[in-house]
Design a binder for this molecule. Sequence first.
Ligand code: ADP
Ligand code: ASP
Ligand code: MG
Length: 290
Amino acid sequence: MIIMKFGGSSVANAKNINKVIDIVLESQKESDGLVVVVSALGGVTDELIKIANLAAAHDEKYKRDFQKLCERHNQVKSELVKKENKEINKKYEELSRVLGEVFEFGELSSLFSDSIMSFGEQLSAYIISEAIKSRGVSCGFIDSRTLIKTDDNFGEADVDIETSYKLISNYFKNKKTLSVMGGFIASTRDGTTTTLGRGGSDYTASLVGAALHASVVEIWTDVDGLMTADPRKVESAHTIPQISYEEAEKMALSGAKVIHPKTMKPARLKNIPIYIKNTFNPKGNGTKIR
Ligand code: ADP
Ligand code: ASP
Ligand code: MG
């Protein structure tokens, strides 16, 4: 079993999503099961927060930005999936309802904020699973909130590891088809939506990997792995070919945002290697964390 997680820039538009699907289908040939974890389309989580804040401030402009967000998803979907699909409209209606409530209340609680942010991954995961199907490959869509259970510390909920691992391993028992799920999002025992903290999709991938005793967890992003410094800030930064879980965690905690600091623990406890790879340079070696 392989877990592959693709971040926001890897799934920012239809062209990139097609690249992602090529990478996934290539890996699928050599695997006995594959779970794809995706982030929201690049920039969408920030945009959702902005829209939610406008609504809370009684600013009608939130409706215009909400509309733009729907149009962006419609555009990506229509480039990838030809058949009409009502599911996505249901998601928009649901989000519109939640935003309407925030507008009414004039306040954005962390509970509502999580609910609103979760639509980024709900939409991306759904669109990407449909895009894979439209290539003639069978693919399941999973609502991650049914498998990852947390407490109600909205914004950065704590995962109930035992319950989540049971749900994940039961779900995947005897499942061989490719599946796509959103990272970052989860729910409490009573089903209220939560999130795992910004950048938390990496953590989702590691949790799923650990629950399924995967052979590898791959974090696909927009740089050539974990580097000596942020390559956007330091020109001489270079890729670290191999690093320990402990060192990688330290780097993540001190700002290497290419991997969420919580990602290391679940994989480490099951001795599963994590690879960080570049979607835009898939042949590159990337970084191995072990
Ligand atoms: P994704 O959307 O794929 O999760 P992120 O934006 O969360 O990607 O993380 C990737 C970014 O992390 C890179 O584009 C890079 O600018 C930044 N980054 C910061 N520090 C490092 C580092 N030490 N090594 C690699 N990338 C880093
Ligand atoms: N979409 C979420 C964020 O932007 C989670 C993630 O990308 O990992 O924080
Ligand atoms: Mg990230």
